[in-house]
Design a protein around this ligand. Sequence first.
Ligand SMILES: Cc1cc2nc3c(=O)[nH]c(=O)nc-3n(C[C@H](O)[C@H](O)[C@H](O)COP(=O)(O)O)c2cc1C
Length: 412
Amino acid sequence: MYCVRKVQDDLYYVGGNDHRLALFENIFPIPRGVTYNSYLLLDKKTVLFDSVDWSIAKEYLRNVEEVLAGRELDYMVIHHMEPDHAGAIDEIVLRYPNVKIISSEQGFQIMRQIGYHVKDEQSIIVKEGDTISFGKHEFLFLEAPMVHWPEVILSFDTTTGTLFSADAFGSFGALDGKLFNDEVNFERDWLDDARRYYTNIVGKYGPFVEDVLKKASTVDIKMICPLHGPVWRTDIAWFIDKYIHWATYEPEEEGVMIAYASMYGNTEYAAQALASALCERGMTNVVVYDVSNTDVSQLISETFRLSHLVLASVTYNLGIYPKMKNFLVDLEALNVQNRTVALIENGSWACTVGDKMEEYMDENLRMFDILNERVTLNTSLNEANENDMNALADSIIESMKKIREIKEKSAE
Ligand SMILES: Cc1cc2nc3c(=O)[nH]c(=O)nc-3n(C[C@H](O)[C@H](O)[C@H](O)COP(=O)(O)O)c2cc1C
C-alpha cells in the first residue's frame, strides 16, 4: 500500500501533503496546509516531473519507487528550482544515477548554486519551442520567466493536451486524497486560497503571466498539472479567466473592502458605520478587515478580488499606523493597480494620516483613483461626520455606476 493517484493511464501523482508547515516561504500562513506536486510518466521512457520539498522527500521517494516498479528512471524534468519543488533532486540522482535531467539553462545554473550534484553529461538544456519525445508522448517546452522565478519552464504533452504549469494555476491547501478540481468544491473551498497564493506570490509579475496565458491560448489544454493544489481537468476556461483578471489587475467583482486600523475601537466603529451605509444603499458585497489581526496576504488577495478599497486609519505619532503602512507597502511591492480608493482618517490632536496615505498612494501606487470625499474623525464618529459619511457612501456607489457605464460602452 502506498499513497499515489492515477492522473491518466500512464501518468501518476507521486507528490504529497504538508500539514506541518505553518508559514509558506516563512511568511504566508497556510492553515489548510499545502501540497508539493510531482508526476511520473510511464511511457517507453520513464519521466519524473519535478521533485518535492525536503520535508516530504521520504514519502515521495517511496512513491516514485513503487510506481516505477523496478523500471529505471530515464528523465527528470525540472520546471522550477524553488526548494519546495527541487528539494529532492540530489536524492533522485543518487538513487537513479543514469537519469537525465531536463531544465532551462538558468535552472541548471541555480541547481549548481544550490550545490546539487547534477553532472554536465546528464543535463539536457531546453529552450522555448524545443520538443522531446518519450515514446507515445511528445512534449513541447515553453519558457515562463518570472512565473514565479526567472528560470521557470512549462511543458506541454501534445499527445494528451496536458500542461505541466509549474507554479501557475497552483494553490495553497492540502489535497488530503482528493486530486482533481472536480473532486472538491473549488469555488467554495479553494478559490480564496488560490487567489491568495497567486496574488501574493506571482501577483507582482502580471505582464509575465499575461505572456504565458497568450502562449497557453495557442494550444488545446485538456488538463493542467500544477506544482501545488488540484489538477485541473474540467472548467479550465473558468480558472484561466480568473488568471486573466489577476494578471491584468482587473477586479473580479464590484464590491468594497474596508480595511481599518484602530487601537481603541472608534475608527473601527466608523468603518462599520460605512459598511452599514453601503448596505443601506444596496451594495452588500462589502467585507471589513482589521489590519492588526488580518494577515496582509489576505488583505492583498481581497484587494485583487474587489473593485473598491476603503482605508480607515488612526494617526499614529503624526504618521500612518504601522500595520496600515505595511499594507500600503505590500500593495506597492505587489504592483497592485487599477482600484478606486476612499479614505477615513482619525486623529485626536493633529490628524495627518489621510494626507500621508494619499501621498503614499500618489507616489507609489499605479492607477489608484482616490475619491475626494474623505471622512475626518476627531477621535470618534459624531453628528458632525454624518454628512461626510453619507457623501462618502454616495460617492462609492456613484463611482461604481460610472465604472459600469464605461465598461458597458467599451463592450458595445
Ligand atoms: C500611541 C498613539 C499615538 C497617537 N498619535 C497621534 C497623532 O500623532 N496625532 C493625532 O491626532 N492623534 C494621535 N493619536 C490618537 C489616535 O489617532 C486616535 O484618534 C485615537 O486612538 C482614537 O481612535 P481609535 O479608537 O480608533 O484607536 C495617537 C494615539 C496613540 C495611542
